[in-house]
Design a binder for this molecule. Structure first.
Ligand code: SF4
Length: 132
């Protein structure tokens, strides 16, 4: 299967443990999180609404919440995407291995995760060391 994912959601998926905005969102995120662990899943990258946003109650007229919030999440996406090749389709398991290599300290995600309301529940963020 093919998935389209925005940059910062690669980190969200690593930390997902069943929390989300509503039941429909959690169901979809759980499905995508199971598919992204399969080597036959192919991922394309973006900095706009993706296959996770499509089931999110915060997606309004194709953008996240409002203009200000949408710009904020796009800048988070770009912080992740600048370390990857946005023109490429990735084998999902290889892409997430790469994410582990690149984002391996709290310092490495400071511009992405600093203001996230899920950070205390996020397995990915909690496991990162404080070393920069
Ligand atoms: S619409 Fe916004 S809050 Fe919802 S999943 Fe997408 S980026 Fe996250």
């Amino acid at each position: 299967m093919k998935l389209k994912l925005r940059g910062h959601h690669l980190l969200c998926l690593k930390g997902f443990q069943g929390y989300g905005y509503d039941e429909n969102f959690v169901k979809n995120m759980t499905f995508i999180n199971s598919k992204r662990k399969l080597p036959q899943t192919i991922i394309s990258l973006c900095d706009s609404a993706d296959d996770i946003c499509s089931s999110c109650p915060n997606l309004i007229d194709g953008i996240c919440e409002d203009k200000t919030q949408n710009e904020r999440v796009i800048s988070m996406d770009r912080e992740v995407l600048k370390k990857l090749d946005i023109t490429k389709e990735y084998i999902s398991t290889e892409l997430f291995d790469k994410i582990d290599e690149i984002f391996n300290t709290k310092g490495s995600v400071s511009k992405i995760c600093f203001n996230c309301k899920w950070s205390e529940k996020c397995l990915f963020y909690q496991k990162l060391s404080n070393n920069r």
